[in-house]
Design a protein around this ligand. Structure first.
Ligand SMILES: Nc1ncnc2c1ncn2[C@@H]1O[C@H](COP(=O)(O)OP(=O)(O)O)[C@@H](O)[C@H]1O
Ligand SMILES: [Mg+2]
Length: 258
């Protein structure tokens, strides 16, 4: 299996306050190469924590993460990250932002510029390459952040609510853009969103998580054709079921076993 999460658990300890927060109960999941997996779940259930564990950013947790047969122990370039905050460097142009990782890797200037230009073309951003982040729209900035990650050819791309700060029209455009990109490249993507429509539109699989501590409630396989019709019967049925599970999860008052 390409990406394997084995009995993942996480409890945050606050030694000063003497409190414990169990964020993830136990998660086992196997993900095939080239798939787009969305995670949805109540706010604060542990989604970002799960992505941080997979990225190697959390140094204490239970269980193991294997990527392409290797155990992930620390952050490395085979795992790419895209967050809601674009975190672009304001003093670098679009092109220089996209080149950043390649530069750190030691790639020569001409070569990395050529690679960046290829991505600028693929992402439909030609003509903007010399502009600074503050001169770009929110959607364009997020595209730069995605290009900057993909340029490194990571084995898996982790996206944590990447479109959360965009207005709804730009968000729709970005979903279409990402879907279009999926037809051209076959990245393995783990995508966190609280937007069920977005998950249904983009994913091969939706993993529905419980309230904290997160565990998997249900996994939906989505086999609708791509590009997708947001209003198809299959999309609507899945959307209704996912929303129903999340609603029950919010109103369920039974004690949480942690
Ligand atoms: N560094 C931390 N220290 C203590 N508690 C944390 C830390 N990070 C997250 N948590 C807690 O873990 C739970 C899950 O957080 P998070 O993974 O950010 O949720 P989500 O992304 O699903 O909204 C929350 O209750 C949060 O307060
Ligand atoms: Mg989060």
């Amino acid at each position: 299996m390409y990406l394997e999460l084995v009995r993942i658990g996480k409890t945050f300890l606050d030694e000063k306050q003497g409190t414990k927060t169990c964020a993830i109960a136990q998660i086992d999941l196997q993900i095939e190469k080239g798939r787009f997996i969305s995670f949805v779940g109540p706010s604060g259930c542990g989604k970002s924590t799960l992505l941080r564990i997979i990225s190697g950013l959390e140094n204490s947790f239970e269980g193991e993460v294997f990527l392409d047969g290797k155990k992930i122990l620390e952050p490395h370039s085979e795992v790419g990250l895209v967050f809601q905050q674009y975190a672009l460097f304001p003093w670098r142009t679009m092109c220089e932002n996209i080149e950043m990782g390649l530069e750190i890797m030691g790639m020569g200037k001409a070569e990395r510029r050529a690679v960046a230009k290829e991505y600028i073309r693929l992402f439909g951003m030609e003509g903007f390459e010399r502009l600074y982040p503050c001169q770009l729209s929110g959607g364009m900035q997020q595209r730069v952040a995605i290009a900057r990650t993909l340029v490194m050819n990571p084995k898996v791309v982790l996206m944590d609510e990447p479109f959360g700060s965009l207005d709804s029209q730009t968000r729709n455009d970005m979903q279409e853009f990402l879907m279009d990109l999926r037809q051209k490249r076959n990245d393995t993507v783990l995508f966190v969103t609280h937007n069920v429509d977005e998950a249904v539109f983009l994913s091969d699989q939706i993993v529905v998580l419980s309230k904290r501590p997160a565990r998997i409630l249900r996994i939906f396989e989505i086999n609708c054709s791509k590009p997708r019709d947001r209003t198809s019967k299959e999309a609507n049925d899945i959307r209704r079921e996912v929303i129903g599970i999340l609603r029950r999860e919010r109103t369920d008052t039974s004690p949480v076993v942690s």
